[in-house]
Write a protein that binds this ligand. Structure first.
Ligand code: SF4
Length: 450
């Protein structure tokens, strides 16, 4: 939403009826500006106000959806040039190119589907297959596309208009990206995209050609477009991406305010160069990046880079509050408590796992703040931790009454003791890296005591 809260407020009825859930129209406007609510939640907007607001607040880069079900992805809707200005909204899709006449196409698809990692509570995996009809046989093309869709990949389908017309009756429900409209076929491709309600790739050499073609397609009714500037080198690709993003955001050029596709093969055939190219494309400003293959060693760093860049810095990643058993702990196992900032959880969890001593990890909801920040904000202090421990249910799982707090908040030990008078409070290490040593010593002490 590009409008400010005050600008949105000028379109609202100003009756403060509260039906949208906000106390006032101004509060609703502020929430709308912050993307916390939807325009539809106000039932009293006139159609004119709704239209004006929808148009005025449309993002400078159009929202385009590809795929359906688990493969559904949103492209576009970016509003800033630099991530530190606000946030980047939709991570680029990582796609692998595939020709339908490869004898190993099924093995490739299956192996790509297995490439998946769990990280900070998220499942990381590549999302798209860019399928080219090299066989010139609609049946073969359709079979490969169908298999990719069954494996939850979004599809980009590259073929002649005749081939696409044959496969779309059965594949359109997967909402594939149709590839591609260019100067010599844009009318027939636009008609296919409109008939089957699919997004369309638009190819032109350079921004002027793209702007011209985009204008013609939009006049014909095609709106869900993705741009391919047909660059040949990495330098050209980056220059083109920056030009397109600036044209959309600074010049408000609607014809160029569309998601961009890049091909990492512009870096040449070297796999390492392709990864470097893809990493630059993630940073600036591709919405789909087509790789020649999904290899674990190159995919994982790209997925991590993407995760880091497209995580909203204004919304910390969090873990659900609760008890996390690590290594099958029992009633005598130690109990740690820390905050629900995802990074804190995964670092502490990893160090306990490394130590190979089973333990209970209590994760307390501090709205995603790390230990010291949560303490400074009064969210991770004696009273709050005490109340959380009592209601967490940990007392039913253990025989002892001993809890280990992070070393950085050793100062809360006495106040936590007041909140948990039956418990022994132990100050753990400041750094998670010292948890394994701490656990070894803790277990030795327990053994001696027994
Ligand atoms: S429902 Fe509409 S009119 Fe009522 S308070 Fe919310 S924004 Fe205002």
């Amino acid at each position: 939403m590009a409008l400010s809260g005050i600008q949105i407020f000028s379109f609202l009825p100003k009756s403060n009826c509260k039906e949208c859930g906000a106390a006032t129209c101004l509060a609703f406007a502020m929430n709308l500006a912050a993307n916390k609510v939807q325009l539809e939640q106000c039932p009293h907007l006139t159609p004119e106000a709704r239209n004006s607001l929808a148009q005025a607040s449309a993002p400078p880069i159009r929202r385009v959806e590809v795929g359906t079900g688990p493969a559904r992805a949103v492209l576009g809707e970016e509003t800033v040039l630099f991530r530190h200005e606000k946030t980047f909204n939709h991570p680029p899709l990582l796609a692998a190119g595939l020709e339908d006449n490869r004898p190993d196409w099924e093995n490739r698809l299956n192996s790509w589907r297995e490439q998946q990692w769990e990280r900070v509570g998220l499942s990381l995996r590549p999302e798209m297959v860019f399928l080219t009809c090299a066989s010139q046989e609609a049946g073969q093309f359709q079979a490969v596309a169908q298999k990719a869709a069954e494996l939850d990949f979004a599809l980009a389908l590259q073929g002649s208009a005749e081939i696409l017309a044959q496969v779309l009756p059965s594949l359109a429900s997967a909402r594939p990206l149709l590839c591609a409209a260019q100067e010599d076929n844009w009318e027939i491709m636009a008609d296919l995209a409109l008939q089957y309600r699919c997004p369309l790739l638009l190819r032109g050499r350079g921004t002027e050609a793209l702007a011209g073609l985009s204008g013609k397609l939009r006049q014909r009714g095609g709106q869900d477009l993705v741009l391919d500037a047909q660059t040949r080198t990495l330098a050209q690709t980056l220059a083109s991406n920056v030009t397109l993003r600036r044209a959309a955001l600074l010049d408000k050029n609607q014809g160029l305010g569309l998601p961009i596709i890049n091909f990492a093969s512009v870096a040449g055939g070297d796999p390492a160069a392709e990864v470097m190219a893809a990493s630059l494309m993630i940073c600036k400003y591709a919405s789909i990046i087509v790789l020649s293959d999904f290899k674990r060693e190159s995919l994982f760093p790209l997925l991590l880079l993407r995760l880091n860049l497209f995580t909203d810095p204004q919304r910390p990643m969090t873990m659900p509050q609760g008890i996390y058993p690590i290594g099958n702990p029992g009633p005598d196992s130690p109990v740690f408590v820390t905050t629900n900032f995802s990074l804190t959880y995964f670092i502490v969890n990893g160090e306990i796992e490394n130590a190979r001593y089973p333990a209970w990890l209590l994760i307390m909801d501090t709205e995603g703040l790390s230990v010291l920040t949560a303490w400074a904000a009064g969210k991770f202090v004696g009273d709050t931790i005490g109340a959380f421990v009592k209601k967490s249910g940990i007392e039913e799982k253990i025989k002892h009454r001993q809890i280990i707090i992070p070393g950085y908040v050793s100062g809360i030990k006495s106040e936590l003791k007041e909140a948990l008078p039956d418990w022994r409070i132990t100050v753990g290490p400041r750094e998670a890296s010292r948890v394994p040593q701490f656990l070894r010593e803790w277990n030795l002490q327990q053994n001696d005591a027994n």
